[in-house]
Design a protein around this ligand. Structure first.
Ligand SMILES: CC(C)(COP(=O)(O)OP(=O)(O)OC[C@H]1O[C@@H](n2cnc3c(N)ncnc32)[C@H](O)[C@@H]1OP(=O)(O)O)[C@@H](O)C(=O)NCCC(=O)NCCS
Length: 215
C-alpha cells in the first residue's frame, strides 16, 4: 500500500489519478451531487477536475482528498476528504471531513466506512477536534456524520463558509478529552468574525429545498 493510501474492510482509499478524470467528472458535474457542496463547487469542467487531481498529487500531509474504491467495484465511486477550515481570527483552524458519492453508489455504507477511517486518521495525527459541517437540510450527510459517531451540535451560524444570506450550518464534531469544546471555539469565532456576503446565488438543494431549509 502506498503512503497516501488507506485500507478499510471493504474499501481502498487512494488519490484520484488522471485516468480517473472521466469518472470523477461524471460525479461532480451532477447537480444532485454538487448542489450540496456550496456555490464554489457548482461550475465543474473536465479541465477543473484534472487540475484538482494534479493538486491532489501535490498534497502530502493530512489534508487531502481520497478516491473511494470499493473492492467489489474496483474503481472510484466518490470522494472523502480531510480539509482545514479557513484560518479565522489568527487561529490555524481545525480540520473537517467531506464526502460525496456517485448517486448509483449510495446506500452501501461506503462513505460512512471511508469517513470513519478518515476520522481515525485525523485523530491519530493529533487533531484535537474533527468537524463535519453541512446545510441543515442535508439529511443524508448528517446521517453519515452520526453513523461515524460525531456529536450533533445542532444548527448554528456557520463562521467558516456561512454568508449573510445563508448563515446556518448543522455542525458535528468529535473532540479529544481535554480539548477545548467545539462550541467554545465556535462562540469565539462567531463573536469575532463578520460573515461575508460572498454567495450571490441562492443555494437550492437537489430536492428543491432552500437553504437554510427545514431542520
Ligand atoms: C451524503 C452522501 C455521501 C451519503 O450517501 P449514503 O450512500 O447515504 O452514505 P453511505 O455510503 O454511508 O451509505 C449509508 C446508507 O447505506 C446503508 N447501508 C447499507 N449497508 C451498510 C453498511 N454495511 N454500513 C453502513 N450503512 C450501510 C445505510 O443504511 C444507509 O442507507 P439509508 O440512509 O437508506 O439508511 C450522498 O447522499 C451524497 O453524495 N450526497 C451529495 C453530496 C453531499 O451532500 N455531500 C456532503 C456535503 S456536506
Amino acid at each position: 500500500m502506498k503512503p497516501a493510501e488507506l485500507r478499510t474492510a471493504r474499501l481502498l482509499l487512494r488519490p484520484w489519478r488522471p485516468d480517473d478524470a472521466d469518472l470523477l467528472f461524471d460525479i461532480v458535474r451532477r447537480p444532485e451531487v454538487n448542489g450540496w457542496l456550496g456555490s464554489s463547487q457548482r461550475s465543474w469542467t473536465r479541465e477543473r477536475v484534472l487540475e484538482g487531481i494534479a493538486a491532489d498529487a501535490r498534497d502530502t500531509g493530512l489534508e487531502r482528498r481520497w478516491a473511494i474504491v470499493p473492492d467489489e467495484v474496483g474503481q472510484p465511486v466518490g470522494s472523502a476528504m480531510i480539509e482545514r477550515f479557513p484560518p479565522l481570527l489568527d487561529e490555524t483552524g481545525d480540520v473537517h471531513l467531506g464526502w460525496y458519492l456517485h448517486p448509483d453508489a449510495q446506500g452501501h455504507g461506503w462513505v460512512s466506512e471511508a469517513a470513519a477511517a478518515l476520522l481515525a486518521h485525523a485523530l491519530a495525527a493529533g487533531e484535537p477536534r474533527v468537524w463535519a459541517v453541512m446545510w441543515p437540510h442535508n439529511t443524508a450527510s448528517a446521517a453519515v456524520a452520526r453513523r461515524i459517531g460525531l456529536t450533533d451540535l445542532g444548527r448554528h451560524v456557520e463562521p467558516w463558509f456561512g454568508t449573510v444570506r445563508y448563515p446556518l450550518g448543522r455542525l458535528f464534531c468529535h473532540w479529544r478529552p481535554g480539548a477545548e469544546h467545539p462550541m467554545a471555539v465556535h462562540a469565539r469565532l462567531v463573536a469575532g468574525v463578520e460573515l461575508a456576503d460572498r454567495d450571490d446565488e441562492p443555494p437550492v438543494g437537489p430536492d428543491g429545498a432552500r437553504y437554510p431549509g427545514p431542520p
